[in-house]
Design a protein around this ligand. Structure first.
Ligand code: M6R
Length: 610
């Protein structure tokens, strides 16, 4: 995790770097720092806490200079404090460095450097790297070469930016396993962990690949492989507006992103269906449809919320396309020598496209010869680029740490892939058309639910003091139960568990009393009556029940303490609707508890470390 940013040009870099760090804060927010060359002198200002704390310090220090690097941290090695915050100086005070990633062999490097007389002040792995660069810079220093030599000795992941007192006209950068992008401007250039940090200054970017190293000056750049071959890389035009990464009047990004779902879903589905033929048309899968449809097995792998979307995908692919599916946590998949053959397709789902476990699992699946597809939000991200083919969800930037609109768009893409496959198999044109009509009508149904935000808020108030929650759902709604519980946990710090409703009797029922609310996801589907039975069982034990139910369901209201209604849609799309009240409930409870909704403790948006 962590976010890095750099600027070189003719303007004061400090406000540009602070602004960039604010946009990267979702990647880590326990401490932050800036390193700037000020009239030939390298200066570092750091602060524990959020970027706003750093900003105040930088303002009062009057830090000023046309070249600088910045960092917002999510601690791995060493507690969050000013000493461990980045940038780190080399012992000589000549070189400073910001780093996103983990130097795995840092203790060996540190021992070597100590034997050469280096002293360390922080507990970080990064300080070993900056001193190793310094070591290679001892005699006639060429910063680029010193960084390159040092990185050849490093095991681990890094996105780095390095500044030297002796070469203040360049920022040296390198990437392995952590994202890094160069932004090209007029008489100024930028580097950042992602384009959000620089999109208001430039839309022309170059994505670095692993084991690439380079530098930027104010009017030039160079990129080489770590083994020193010059590269001519493509310059990409990014299609992103600054409005997409601001709160646009909302109190929190999370609320904005929940409210954006009608639009994000329209963006996900736009141009991807053909009603007359009842089919889905997915440009990113052209040339791969037959191989996908003929897969002996589909494995879907992801982490967190994206893993919950994968569980919905399992249900859809098996039920409608008749293809066996397995869902795997990417973190497990990568280490357990999975049996995969060339007739398998492995789909990786990731909002950020940078999750370290998912990326590593993808590489493992590729190594074993499977067709590897990505369902990704961030265009140009590592997972998108490493996949053989895939489908972007086009949900737009998701900044709130709790994933919301990405989840519903992931399910939309999984539904479109299901339609594509099912129509290649047994689904009739009429059934295909029914699904397309339901897809087209969905954004308005989402709008309907969002109109009840105040009602959802008032219902949430009844549960804000609960210490534990149970979320129950069956079939396609079990993943929604998991997702509802995760949303509540991560931003409200309330313990919540998701279970298949029928499993309640096998253990969790022991927890139920008047203090333990249960949320039932209970639309009128094939197992509706059975879910009503489960509600009775909770009520019989004095449990409080909140039901997410169909708009016409009057029966459930007589059983549940509170009911939130949702419009009906095709069964395939129901999770997109049932999850929305749960997102809003988690949001409102967190706000009522006075918590930081967009930046919950201990978390970061993009988990780029193991
Ligand atoms: O970017 P990814 O979809 O790969 O991220 C996966 C998880 O880290 C992510 O979904 C996480 O669980 C969110 N905080 C959930 O809200």
């Amino acid at each position: 995790m962590c976010g890095i940013v750099g600027y070189i040009g003719d303007k004061n870099s400090a406000p540009i770097l602070i602004n960039g760090l604010k946009r990267l804060e979702y990647r880590g927010y326990d401490s932050a720092g800036l390193g700037i060359i000020e009239e030939g002198t390298p200066r570092i200002v750091k602060a524990k806490g959020k970027v706003s704390v750093l900003e105040n310090k930088v303002d009062s220090d009057g830090l000023h200079g046309e070249v600088g690097i910045g960092h917002t941290r999510w601690a791995t090695h060493g507690i969050p404090n000013e000493i461990n915050a980045h940038p780190h100086f080399s012992m000589s005070g000549k070189i400073m460095l910001v780093h996103n990633g983990i130097i795995e062999n840092y203790s060996v490097l540190k021992e070597f450097l100590i034997s050469k007389g280096y002293e360390f002040v922080s507990e970080t792995d990064t300080e070993a790297l900056v001193n190793l660069i310094d070591y290679y810079c001892k005699e006639e220093c060429d910063l680029f070469e010193a960084v390159r030599k040092a990185l050849l000795k490093v095991d681990g992941t890094y996105g780095i930016a390095v500044l030297s007192k002796d070469e203040p006209d360049k920022i040296v950068i390198a990437k392995n396993g952590s994202p890094l992008v160069i932004g090209l401007g007029e008489k100024e250039n930028y580097i950042a962990s992602d384009v959000n940090a620089i999109v208001e200054y430039t839309k022309r970017v170059i994505y670095l690949e692993d084991k690439e190293i380079g530098y930027i000056t104010s009017n030039d750049y160079l990129i080489k492989t770590l083994d020193n071959h010059k590269l001519n890389k493509e310059v990409n035009e990014i299609d992103m507006d600054i409005d997409e990464i601001t709160k646009s009047g909302y109190d929190h990004f999370m609320l904005k992103e929940i409210m954006e779902q009608p639009e994000s879903l329209r963006n996900t589905m736009r141009g991807r269906t053909v009603l007359s033929e009842g089919i889905a048309k997915l440009g990113g899968l052209i040339g791969y449809e037959e191989r996908l449809a003929n897969s002996k097995r589909i494995i879907i792998s992801a982490c967190g919320t994206s893993w919950h979307a994968a569980l919905v995908g399992e249900y859809l692919f098996e039920n409608y396309a008749g293809i066996p599916v397995e869902v795997e946590y990417a973190s497990e998949f990568r280490y357990r020598n999975p049996i995969i053959d060339k007739d398998d397709t492995v789909i990786f789902i990731s909002q950020s496209g940078e999750t370290a476990d998912t990326l590593a699992a993808l590489k493992e699946a590729k190594r074993k010869g499977a067709l590897v597809l990505g369902i990704v939000n961030v265009v140009g991200s590592s997972i998108a680029r490493a996949s053989d083919a895939g489908v972007y969800i086009h949900a737009g930037p998701e900044i709130g740490v709790a994933s919301t609109k990405a989840f519903t768009s992931q399910i939309m893409v999984l539904s479109l892939i299901t339609l594509l496959l099912a129509r290649m198999k047994n689904m009739s044109v009429v059934q295909g058309q029914e699904i397309i009509k339901a897809i087209e009508a969905l954004p308005e149904k989402v709008e309907e639910i969002l109109k009840h935000n105040e009602l959802i808020k008032s219902v949430s108030a009844h549960f804000a003091d609960a210490k534990n929650f149970l979320y129950l759902g069956r079939g396609i709604h079990f993943p929604v139960a998991l997702e509802g519980a995760l949303k509540l946990k991560e931003i409200s710090y309330i313990h919540a568990e998701g279970y298949p409703a029928a499993e309640m009797k096998h253990g969790p029922i022991a927890l139920i009393d008047e203090n333990m609310p249960t949320v039932f996801i209970a639309p009128q589907d094939a197992v509706y009556e059975k879910v009503l039975g489960n509600i009775e069982e909770v009520k019989a034990r004095d449990g409080k029940v909140l039901a997410i139910a169909d708009e016409n369901d009057t029966k459930i209201e007589t059983l549940a303490d509170y009911t939130l209604k949702i419009p009906r849609t095709h069964e395939m799309l129901m999770p997109i609707l049932t999850v929305i009240p749960l997102q809003l409930m988690a949001y409102h409870i967190a706000v009522m508890k006075g918590l930081n909704v967009d930046q919950p403790r201990n978390l970061a948006k993009s988990v780029t470390v193991e």
